[in-house]
Design a protein around this ligand. Structure first.
Ligand SMILES: Cc1cc2nc3c(=O)[nH]c(=O)nc-3n(C[C@H](O)[C@H](O)[C@H](O)COP(=O)(O)OP(=O)(O)OC[C@H]3O[C@@H](n4cnc5c(N)ncnc54)[C@H](O)[C@@H]3O)c2cc1C
Length: 392
């Protein structure tokens, strides 16, 4: 059983709170009991996606025209938070609903939407977004995967790495550059987003073993003379860089919401642990050093919470701002890492041994990942810093 959240908030209406109760029931019954086994396997079974789809939990913001609920971003927030509070790394429903599906919702033609979105909602179809390459995920302008026309088809070549749901996805949105268009130094690269069905000949994938978020399917995807119809272009040809930059704004906010909810949950558990653990005649919480440390983390959580909720409000009103998302992601990822470090240190040996230690050290690894994916903390600083030059 999980307690109430750390701060009083006035974001949610009864609609979202009812939805939260459904999400909590589903996660506690269908996901949490199996999650350790999925983590050991490095893969989450497909049937959980279908079960979640049948329960109406996936892709809530998709329009009813394509099988969704037409819900608000606040429903997405509820799902992201409850996943994070349980440290669910495998069944990342927010990846499907709030990171990949928006590309289709905003850019796809009516035919493409009708083909793919109902499966996203039902959980029959899994999606992935493939930007990162072995040559450096931070340099999107250096993407080397390329496409060229061959009569009315596109031929794709290149390698994508660390792709979430990469092994299980049925549809991969691939960022690729035109093999023929030359770009000048300093130009935005001419990238195009291409939808590649995973069963196309020429597409192969292999799992990547990793220590953070262990139940998440993470894979390398190789495209070798992979042919797709030219109708598989998503949005406008050559506009891929612009699309990636704008959709990364939502992705970063989603990751900030995840990191903030995880930080609050981990801090709540740490305070309980410090209150319970006796060292001689006193508890760990009785030490002034502990109280100062926890006060610092709690204060940062409170400030981040206010900032993240403000960003959520703006995004719900259709006024998401990419720079705000970068600030939120940077601050929440850094705070999460600090909470995770304290989670090991203040538990003493219990922070690295037995069940409590396994949890605390896994938290440390998972927290480190939040500073990397979706753009590293260094890249967040770079983006924020560059934006200052163009005016506040
Ligand atoms: C579990 C997991 C899931 C992922 N899922 C996806 C996915 O679904 N789709 C996808 O496309 N990608 C995905 N990624 C990739 C992720 O987005 C990249 O790992 C991330 O963008 C960083 O790229 P990189 O790992 O290649 O690091 P690099 O770009 O090689 O960076 C190495 C170091 O250099 C630093 N650095 C780079 N550029 C700068 C700069 N300008 N200034 C200062 N320092 C800099 C970085 O901060 C970092 O510390 C995933 C990664 C992981 C680990």
């Amino acid at each position: 059983m999980m307690g109430a959240s750390m701060f009083k908030r006035d974001l949610f209406t009864t609609t979202e709170e009812h939805f939260r109760a459904e999400v909590v029931d589903f996660l506690d019954q269908e996901v949490v009991p199996h999650h350790d086994a999925w983590a050991a396997a490095g893969q989450t079974p497909r049937k959980i996606w279908q079960k979640a789809g049948s329960a109406g939990l996936l892709c809530r913001t998709v329009s009813p025209d394509y099988g969704g609920q037409g819900g608000s971003f606040l429903e997405s927030v509820v799902l992201i938070e409850e996943l994070a509070r349980r440290r669910i790394s495998g069944f990342l429903a927010c990846l499907q609903g709030d990171i990949v599906a928006p590309y289709l919702m905003k850019l796809a033609s009516p035919e493409q939407k009708a083909r793919w979105l109902p499966g996203f909602v039902s959980g029959e179809t899994l999606g992935a977004i493939a930007m990162t390459e072995p040559g450096g995920g931070s340099a999107i302008d250096a993407i080397a995967t390329n496409w060229r026309r061959h009569s009315n088809r596109l031929v794709l070549n290149g390698t994508k790495t660390h792709i979430s749901n990469g092994r299980s996805a049925d549809l991969v949105i691939v960022a690729a550059r035109s093999a023929t268009a030359a770009s000048q130094p300093g130009d935005s690269p001419e990238l195009t987003l291409v939808m590649v069905e995973a069963d196309r000949p020429g597409l192969s994938r292999k799992p990547i073993a990793k220590s953070a978020m262990p139940a998440l399917d993470t894979a390398e995807i190789e495209l070798e003379n992979c042919l797709v119809p030219q109708d598989n272009i998503l949005g406008r040809e050559g506009r891929g860089f612009f699309y990636l930059m704008s959709f990364l704004g939502i992705e970063r906010l989603v990751l900030a919401i995840y990191a903030q909810a995880m930080a609050e949950q981990m801090l709540t558990e740490l305070i309980e642990a410090c209150e319970t653990r006796r060292v001689g005649a006193q508890t760990v919480l009785d030490f002034q050093n502990t109280r100062f440390n926890l006060a610092e983390l709690y204060s940062s959580c409170a400030v981040n919470r206010a900032f993240v909720d403000q960003a959520i409000r703006a995004a719900t009103a259709g006024k998401a701002d990419p720079r705000t998302a970068c600030i939120a992601k940077l601050r929440c990822a850094e705070l999460l890492r600090n909470v995770a470090l304290a989670g090991v240190q203040l538990r003493g040996a219990a922070g690295v041994s037995e069940a409590s230690g396994a949890r605390a050290t896994q938290d440390l690894l998972d927290s480190a990942l939040q500073s990397i994916w979706g753009g590293t903390n260094e890249v967040m600083r770079d983006v924020i810093g560059r934006s200052l030059a163009s005016g506040l």
